[in-house]
Design a protein around this ligand. Structure first.
Ligand code: CUA
Length: 323
């Protein structure tokens, strides 16, 4: 693309990895605070150990009478202050952890399937890529990840993002890129012989260029359109359509809607729920319905299920929101 992008991918040693996403800056600040706090703590403790060993060594004339009773305040202070500081770090980190898993509504969805040994990615308009992820600058992107074989891990150091990619379920992440260029993508979970070759790159483009790139791909139907075709081909529409004679739940706008189950529990429907309902329908029966749906395990690829999810999402609303 240009000089800076080449250098970003060239093997080089960096003490501090460049920071290219909104989360990266937050993560760096947290890491630095932790480093400083732990560093100061370690130095103080090590210093005290040395000082006490010298001062109270055998035969020294140091004062060894019992401490004055007022020392309790001191003991409380050296226990409570570090406890509060470290709990503060925990709360701070937990907030960031929750934040990277809760994407904004307008985030651009990208479906990721990992396999030995490559990354397969698919965009909303149906454009597919392998080991490359093109994204627009300054726009939130949500990744929905799964694996078709073993556990992998999606790792973009410059974005400070790492997420296990697990067969049989979806994990998700989101980020907003803040720098143009190419950034390395690694698999960071040992996944077999060619684990170390499971590399890729994230290409951050100006939004206009990204739009051109997205439109330029081979002309395939959009992901939702592919999903709708599958929805009819596999007979889903036979039961789940509004005019069907079979009593089955309507699926329009299912993602993000609250679902009530026969066992009395209820929750907001997400990708994992839909996936389970396709592959293991008997697991969670919607209140007011009987379990008559067959399992579609073995009949649909991971990409097929993603297309169905995209179709379901498209039925949700007319503003193109992702959930
Ligand atoms: Cu995939 Cu390591």
């Amino acid at each position: 693309m240009n000089d800076t992008s080449d250098s970003a991918l060239a093997p080089s040693f960096r003490l501090i990895e460049q920071s290219a996403s909104t989360i990266a800056a937050r993560s760096d600040l947290l890491f630095l605070s932790m480093l400083v706090l732990c560093g100061v703590m370690a130095l103080v403790l090590a210093g005290l150990i040395v000082w006490f060993s010298i001062r109270y060594r055998q035969g020294s004339s140091a004062d060894r009478t019992a401490p004055p009773s007022g020392a309790r305040g001191l003991e409380v202070a050296w226990t409570a202050i570090p406890a509060v500081l470290f709990m503060g770090l925990f709360v701070w980190a937990a907030r960031d952890f929750v934040a990277i898993h809760k994407a904004p509504d307008d985030a651009l969805p990208v479906y990721v399937v990992a396999k030995q040994w490559m990354w397969k990615l698919q965009h909303r308009n149906g454009r597919r890529e392998i080991n490359e992820l093109h994204v627009p600058l300054g726009q939130p992107v949500r990744l929905i990840l799964t694996s078709q074989d073993v556990i992998h891990s999606f790792f973009v150091p410059a974005f400070r993002l790492k997420q296990d990619v697990v067969p049989g379920r979806y994990t998700s992440l989101w980020f907003t890129a803040t720098q143009l260029g190419d950034f390395r993508l690694f698999c960071s979970e040992y996944c077999g012989t060619d684990h170390s070759q499971m590399l890729g790159r994230v290409v951050v483009m100006p939004p206009a260029e990204y739009a051109r790139w997205a439109a330029a791909g081979p002309h395939v139907p959009g992901l939702a359109q592919q999903g709708f075709t599958l929805f009819r081909q596999h007979g889903c529409s036979g039961c789940h359509a509004a005019n069907s004679s079979v009593h089955a739940p309507l699926l329009d706008g299912l993602l993000g809607r609250t679902v009530h189950l026969q066992d009395g529990s209820s929750f907001v429907a997400d990708e994992n729920y839909v996936r389970d309902s396709i592959l293991a329908p008997a697991k969670q029966i919607t209140a007011g319905y009987r379990n008559v749906m067959p399992s579609f395990a073995g009949q649909l690829s991971e990409e097929d299920i993603e297309a169905l999810l995209a179709y379901l999402r498209s039925t949700g609303d007319t503003e193109g929101r992702t959930r």
